[in-house]
Design a protein around this ligand. Structure first.
Ligand SMILES: [Zn+2]
Length: 316
């Protein structure tokens, strides 16, 4: 089945895609399963492959391997826009394809510092059929794009939490559709354009689930986390695409909890981004005048640290 999860952001406008015909693409790059647009010069391909491999490595830091080993990265060129990667999208074929539109004059450092590739790759962590509850999928990508960048050494722990806090704040500021529930808002995103509320309510959903799973594990003395639940999901349920409802039910089953469905129902009905100050505070994320500092004496500081570190210490 063909379904498309478009990835939009406020940064995605005002560029032209050149040679968008997929028939004009060359054969996949050996290392990172990359297809290059034909107008990409040979000397740029090594740099772009290095970049894609760097992001694949970052995605592996969720649970030690890629959710879909053979996914394809398609790189196209842009002649406009101000960011290094003005556009990205995931197409849920089998195997899935991630298309990235790149400004050809960007340095490797600028490409690595752009969030788009981490966001698009993070979409692959669930076998989502792109039919319902887009907030759920965009939230996952918004949450993990920051986590995998931090784990890959792109920025430190304090910056990770600053970025998450800033995102929640942007979500909180978007209140012009406060009369509509998140699930309705999310289904009509092209009309209301409430990207920040939709994406960051979703990111908070996954953060809350992560905290609850880690707390559950503390109580049972058996290590557990969102990373681990997603690894189980990958092992059982990647032979087809599922709705958001089916995914949360499966995740509940795998985690032997009601965490995912309970939060899903709560968030779907929200009229604004739910409270993010309390969960952040419980993790030891203090905010003064918009600036995040980390407190290691908080009740759940160890969860905060574990979300940052993941499987191993961040390294390039
Ligand atoms: Zn997205």
């Amino acid at each position: 089945m063909l379904s498309i999860a478009l990835c939009l952001s406020v940064f995605c406008f005002g560029f032209t895609v050149m040679s968008a015909n997929s028939q004009a693409l060359e054969s996949p790059h050996q290392q990172a399963n990359i297809k290059f647009d034909t107008n990409i010069p040979e000397h740029k391909k090594l740099q772009l492959s290095t970049w894609a491999n760097h992001a694949r490595k970052a995605l592996r830091l969720v649970y030690g391997k890629l959710p879909v080993e053979d996914f394809i990265t398609i790189i196209k060129t842009s002649n406009g826009g101000t960011s290094a990667v003005p556009w990205g999208e995931v197409n849920r074929y089998s195997p899935p394809e991630v298309t990235l539109v790149v400004n050809m004059n960007s340095s490797l450092e600028a490409l690595k510092a752009d969030w788009t590739i981490y966001h698009e790759f993070s979409h692959l962590l669930i076998p989502y059929d792109a039919a319902d509850a887009r907030w759920f999928s965009e939230g996952l990508a918004s949450y993990y794009q920051n986590i995998i960048q931090a784990r890959a050494g792109m920025f430190d722990e304090q910056t990770l939490w600053q970025k998450l806090y800033d995102g929640f704040e942007r979500g909180n500021k978007q209140q012009n559709y406060a009369h509509q529930k998140l699930n309705y808002l999310s289904d009509h995103i092209s009309e209301n354009r409430n990207y920040m509320r939709i994406y960051w309510s979703g990111a908070l959903y996954w953060l809350n689930a992560d905290i609850a799973l880690r707390t559950l594990a503390t109580n049972t003395a058996k290590p557990y986390s969102l990373d681990a639940a997603l690894e189980q999901l990958q092992a059982c349920c990647f032979n087809g695409y599922l709705s958001a409802n089916e995914i949360v039910q499966k995740l509940d089953e795998l985690s032997e909890s009601k965490i995912f469905t309970t939060l899903f129902s709560e968030f779907s009905k929200s009229y604004a981004i739910p409270d993010y100050v309390t969960p952040l505070h419980s993790l030891g994320v203090k905010v003064i005048n918009g600036q995040v500092t980390l407190n290691n004496q908080a009740k759940l500081s160890s969860h905060r640290r574990a979300i940052y570190i993941g499987l191993s210490k961040p390294s390039e």
